[in-house]
Design a protein around this ligand. Structure first.
Ligand code: GLU
Length: 466
């Protein structure tokens, strides 16, 4: 059997981090089994589905590298097929028309509420003769759910879950305007598309018991189900689409690498021994949906940051420079020239050791590219007091005399000057760093001086004398 999983987002919001984790588990499991994952946009809710959300979902999936090899399916385009299945269920007496008006249903619910009963459709049209149908009312179609016995689901993550059929109601499968409900569409699509494993959030568990009614009524094979625990926020509250800042695009804008996000997400409710850093290749080899735990994980930014720092260090410098360009563009006035790009690539080994995000890395790299004269941070300004400026003045001829501009010769010149002026290295290097970078933090100052080159270094030092 070829394993077919699917990711089936409703395009009513962006691809949020929880959705991305569901997609990741579906994708990993499919890859692990040499199967495939389908992407199905569940756009049947016409009022709430937007093209913007579809674009954001596709964009996010591509960015994470979780795209599907198959075509992308759009649920709405299949509504005729959904209606056809509803018709078949009607013909076979497994579904029926319900003519209850909204007011009538509201009355029913109010009565149930005051009697302290569970609120649910009471099956009032289940056995009524269609000849009793009132004039001028367009009916909905409801499924005849089982009323006795119980339904058992062998969930791959949750284990055996049982629901008493008396708890199930005759839910709507076709609205009065003839459009299918999610409950019907999802079953028909999963069946028709040959989905073998439904992997989704455990908030869908109650839906599943209703959907099983449709499978049974149609006599279809029931796919395996795996309801994975939701991700909770750092505060323990449920993460939801409403946490707008937690859309995948927000993480990209915050300077996270997709590798870090994937690594972080896969470790939420799944693990492989004590491994913290797991590449996608390894994950494909190791991931089995059966090993996903039942308890929910809390989202921990500091862990994500640590992983991101790791993947930033791992990224090859030329590639990292490319990734950094859009972030630098935001903080610099002009885009980098070809020479500046080359400088960035050379500077990255020294810069990337400390950065946790691309935003931080861009911030740390920025000083290489801000045009003179610099503006200084308050601390840097302090270092360039009278003493600091005197250091620049004294150091200038030593630098000027260097003919081979190497880190080694630069360091020797600084030492020679320190000796001559009877100053400790720190007393020379700190104001020098301030003069060159406008700040008090940077990679090794000798490296910075070397990368700037002689002309730019002397010019920045001279600026402080003015
Ligand atoms: N479209 C549903 C949602 O976004 C998911 C359906 C499913 O996975 O079965 O919540």
């Amino acid at each position: 059997m070829t394993v077919v999983t699917r990711f089936a987002p409703s395009p009513t919001g962006f691809l949020h981090i929880g959705g991305a984790r569901t997609a990741l588990f579906s994708w990993l499991y499919a890859q692990h089994c040499n199967g495939k994952m389908l992407l199905r946009i569940e756009d049947t809710d016409r009022q709430r589905s937007t093209q913007e959300a579809i674009d954001a979902i596709l964009d996010g999936m591509n960015w994470l590298g979780l795209s599907s090899s198959d075509e992308i399916y759009y649920q709405f385009s299949r509504q005729e097929r959904h209606a056809e299945v509803a018709q078949q269920l009607l013909n076979e007496g497994k579904a029926y028309y319900c003519y209850a008006s909204p007011e009538e249903l509201e009355e029913m619910r109010a009565a149930q509420r005051s009697a302290g009963q569970t609120i649910r459709y009471d099956g009032r049209w289940r056995d009524r003769d269609p000849s009793e149908a009132p004039e001028g009312i367009k009916p909905v179609v409801r499924i005849k759910s089982e009323q006795v016995g119980e339904t058992l689901l062998n969930d791959l993550v949750q284990g055996d879950v049982t629901v008493q059929n008396s708890q199930l109601d005759d839910f709507i499968i076709l609205r009065s305007d003839g459009t299918p409900t999610y409950m019907l569409a999802v079953v028909v699509d999963d069946h028709d598309m040959g989905v073998t494993h439904i992997i989704r959030g455990d908030d869908h568990l109650t839906n599943t018991f209703r959907q099983l009614q449709i499978y049974k009524a149609m006599g279809w094979d029931i796919p395996e189900h795996a309801h994975i625990p939701l991700i909770h926020g750092p505060d323990g509250a449920k993460l939801s689409k409403r946490h707008g800042a937690l859309g995948i695009d927000a993480y990209r804008d915050m300077g996270y690498l997709p590798e870090a996000i994937l690594n972080y997400l896969m470790r939420l409710s799944w693990s492989h021994g004590d491994e913290e850093i797991i590449s996608m290749e390894q994950a494909i080899e190791w991931f089995d949906i059966k090993d996903v735990g039942k308890s929910s994980a809390r989202f921990d930014f500091s862990k994500l940051e640590a992983l991101n720092a790791h993947y930033i260090r791992q990224t090859e410098d030329a590639q990292l420079a490319e990734l950094l360009l859009p972030f630098l563009k935001k903080t610099l006035e002009a885009p980098l020239t070809a020479d500046q790009k080359a400088l960035l690539v050379k500077a990255l080994p020294g810069l990337k050791e400390r950065a946790k995000t691309l935003v931080e890395l861009a911030e740390a790299a920025k000083f290489y590219f801000v045009p003179r004269p610099l503006s200084f941070t308050e601390k840097a300004q302090k270092l360039l007091n009278e003493d600091g400026v005197a250091v620049m003045k004294g150091l200038l001829p030593h630098f000027d005399a260097i003919s081979d501009w190497s880190e080694e010769n630069i360091s020797a010149a600084v030492k020679a000057f320190g000796k001559e002026a009877d100053l400790k290295m720190g007393k020379v290097c700190q104001p020098l760093r301030a003069a060159l970078t406008g700040t008090t933090v940077s990679p090794s100052i000798f490296e910075v001086v070397e990368l700037f080159g002689k002309e730019e270094t002397l010019a920045r030092m001279q600026d402080t004398l003015k």
